[in-house]
Design a protein around this ligand. Structure first.
Ligand SMILES: [Zn+2]
Length: 64
């Protein structure tokens, strides 16, 4: 017998993503989070922090 290599995929078709909040495997319902709760946490983070990035006034008085 020659060249009869078992073509078994080592990796799953859809690699389980990890919840960026707690690190648990994500679920399809709340991707990329593990639960809607974590999704909420992330959302809150956005709303309370990152979303409202304090625009730093460029105090670059470039007077020509
Ligand atoms: Zn999570």
């Amino acid at each position: 017998m020659v060249g009869s290599m078992p073509a078994e995929p080592d990796q799953p078709a859809t690699p389980a993503k990890r919840c960026p909040i707690c690190g648990k495997p994500a679920v399809p319902e709340a991707r990329p989070f593990c639960s809607e709760r974590c999704r909420d946490v992330d959302l809150n983070r956005w709303l309370s922090g990152s979303y409202a990035i304090p625009c730093r006034p460029e105090e670059d008085d470039d007077n020509d």
